[in-house]
Design a protein around this ligand. Sequence first.
Ligand code: ATP
Ligand code: MG
Length: 452
Amino acid sequence: MNRDNKTRDINDLKLEVIPRQEHGISRKDISENALKVLYRLNKAGYEAYLVGGGVRDLLLNKQPKDFDIATNATPEDVRKLFRNCRLVGRRFRLAHILFGRDVIEVATFRGHHGGEKGAKFASQSNDGMLLRDNVYGTIDEDAERRDFTVNALYYNIDDFSVRDYAGGMEDLENGVIRLIGDPETRYREDPVRMLRAVRFAAKLDMRINEATAAPIPGLAHLLRDIPAARLFEESLKLLQSGDGLATYQMLRDYNLFAPLFPILEEHFTEDRNSKCEQMLELVLRSTDERVANDQRINPAFMYAAMLWYPLETRAEEIAFESGLSYYDAFMVAANDILDEQVKSIAIPRRFTAMIRDIWQLQLRLSRRSGNRAYKLLEQPKFRAAFDFLEMRGQVEGGQLKELAKWWDSFQKAERDARHNMVQVLNKASNNKKVRRRKSKPRRKKPQPKQES
Ligand code: ATP
Ligand code: MG
């Protein structure tokens, strides 16, 4: 039988228990806080397992991003055990145990949503999307509700064994992302699973098995029904977790990128080499590098870069159609583009404000005479704006590249050298003014309110 083409049929789930001495997970690799929660649940008589990415990544010798716990205690039971506990989520009720900034997520085993219990505690939209999923069940049922086989591995704190319900161990070894159950049903229940398939494949350098991959391009449009706030969270996991470039490329292969960024679609080309696409590659590559070096990353910078070329195009269109000055058209276009983007991905306000700053500073960076350059250096978003100018220079070359070089030298220069750099510009701009005056008698014109 060629199992590799198929997804894992629910009826084929068969528990395999791997004892402590036969797997590589050791307690010293699990965070102290996660262990505390596991032990306390266990002591109180509940079943308690580490599950999901925590187990998967440890088995792959990778550092897990977070530790998720599954238990037969209900969220209310969990709250009684932990003072530092908060219940969250409507669609999917969970307990969060808070240890300062570290949050350990505790989920109660999910059951089937059919039957009487299902009717009361689960709800589904007409097209099969799960709106609520709060039917509790056993660990066996919980395993069926997990998305991929490699995510249905449970580390048991009671005897330190790993419970493998869906052949996840074998798939981990072979590098296969395989969905549990009927793919179309599972994607319709929760279209975000398509994004997760790609995310894990890119991050873990695995391949998506045939039956899991096949329906994705045809169902990608379902992402348009996902709340924009959830897609914002998801977009960060996809693009800012250290494998953003690979993930982006794979998302495009599966038609999953356009529903997230509809505005970018018309800037895309067959060879993926338009200015917009070059910028995407640059910003994602630099984000990946920063993550690898433990440097800070800011979503506003990434979004500002991703949406820049659509913004420029829109600003030109508006300036042409309305006769507004380019500066005013640019500001109108900035609002337009952000309003459109937040419909699919709800970028929070604190970031959209920063995106606007980075954009607006691009216009100001070319005006450096007088004391403007000094003032710009003091802008809180100067550094981000300069980094972005450099990327634009890399994409476009020419004057932009020169401008970025000028700013680079200006920042590094001593006081006198800076003064000289500005003097050179002042002279040049005075010469221009004189020439202009000679060629055309100056007419009195009301001064438009704009930076110059
Ligand atoms: P990481 O934390 O590294 O992003 P993860 O696999 O732990 O990856 P989480 O979002 O933390 O992902 O979810 C924990 C586990 O919950 C998953 O491994 C999976 O078993 C289950 N899960 C999460 N989201 C879904 C979903 N949309 N459908 C089915 N199961 C899910
Ligand atoms: Mg996780």
